[in-house]
Design a protein around this ligand. Structure first.
Ligand code: NDP
Length: 320
């Protein structure tokens, strides 16, 4: 089968499209024929070596497709089931998957939609429901508000009753963030984010700051979190946040969280709960897809160049 693998970490050129053996189902695993593959920023960390994986590896953390093989011991899935999967090795025609990381999808959800709202949607959902339970009257600040996770955060923040403030780098991104629920959008290339947030919140700052950008936004995020507020750092698109002294949180009695989605899906019960909520919000049209582009699997290099160049919005998909 065709797959995109990394043999040596580095730039997007290290993504190699090549023929590798097709996986087979083993004890308690299934094989999925991928129809849509989700691109996530974490794929670039794996490719670049920021997060290390044993080499060589098939890139990718998310796909949607149909079950083509079921290994001994698997009870919940049968050949032909339509599923979405969050796990490893998805930039490929087929993926061997653990049933615990796989969820069935109904016929009204397309493979593209499932792969577009899976990992990023669950991330956004757990951020606003667990990391900081957003409620009516809150102010929340969302960095990269027109990105994949960012747009869903705007949709959900609005739905749960908050005033959503987004940051973006262009006017086009600002318009998109607004169309997805942001009440205020700050173009940080033109305006001072802290000053603007203070203006909007009467100098109090936000109840929660949700920051997937990392290194370049850390200081601003702390400044924009109000006393007794919650600062959530959940990604490093601009680089890793350097180590911090814990006392930095003291002046405003802040809570700090650094979550990762896989830690919310550790048991079957947790997985079912979060996927269940996500599917409900999708059915209610609260969560809406914003697909930027669907690339051929062989063009994964271009997709990585595009997402790292900051010109993309919403979700990028690959088609095997
Ligand atoms: P995005 O679509 O949001 O793309 C990243 C965006 O970050 C860019 O479009 C850009 O928006 C902004 N950005 C700011 N500075 C930089 C920079 N120096 N280089 C690149 N981008 C920059 O990606 P995703 O939605 O896939 O992911 C967003 C973040 O969330 C990532 O950090 C990712 O790792 C994290 N994440 C974490 C998860 C977790 O479990 N902890 C799960 C999923 C995602 P702009 O130009 O408007 O500033």
């Amino acid at each position: 089968m065709k797959a995109v693998i990394v043999e040596k970490p580095g730039s997007p050129e290290q993504l190699t499209y090549k023929e590798i053996p097709r996986p087979q189902a083993n004890e308690n695993t299934i094989v999925i024929k991928n129809h849509a593959i989700g691109i996530n920023y974490i794929d670039t960390y794996h490719r670049s070596g920021l997060y290390t994986l044993p080499l060589p590896f098939v890139v990718g953390r998310e796909s949607a497709g149909e079950v083509t093989e079921v290994g001994p011991g698997v009870q919940d899935f049968k050949v032909g089931d339509r599923v979405v999967y969050i796990g490893g090795e998805t930039y490929s025609e087929y993926t061997e998957a653990k049933p615990a990381s796989t969820e069935k999808i109904t016929n009204d959800i397309s493979y593209e939609t499932a792969a577009a709202v899976g990992l990023q949607g669950l991330t956004a959902l757990t951020l606003v429901r667990h990391c900081y339970p957003v409620k009516k009257g809150d102010y929340i600040l969302v960095h990269a508000a027109a990105g994949g996770v960012g747009l869903i955060l705007c949709q959900l923040g609005k739905y749960f009753g908050a005033t959503v403030i987004g940051t973006v780098s262009t006017a086009e991104k600002a318009a998109l963030a607004r169309a997805n629920g942001a009440d205020y959008v700050i173009n940080y290339t033109q305006e001072d984010v802290t000053a603007k947030v203070n203006e909007i919140t009467n100098g109090l700052g936000c109840h929660a700051v949700i920051d997937g950008v990392g290194k370049s936004t850390w200081d601003t995020s702390l400044e924009c979190t109000r006393r007794l507020g919650t600062m959530i750092s959940f990604g490093n698109a601009s680089g890793l946040v350097p180590p911090i002294p814990i006392s930095i949180l003291a002046p405003k009695n802040l809570k700090l969280m650094r979550p990762q989605i896989f830690g919310f899906l550790a048991t079957r019960e947790e997985s079912k709960r979060w996927w269940g909520e996500l599917f409900e919000l999708l059915a209610k049209n609260v969560i809406k897809t914003n697909i930027y582009n669907i690339y051929d699997l062989k063009d994964a290099q271009q997709a990585h160049i595009d997402i790292e160049s900051r010109k993309t919005t919403g979700k990028l998909l690959l088609k095997p």
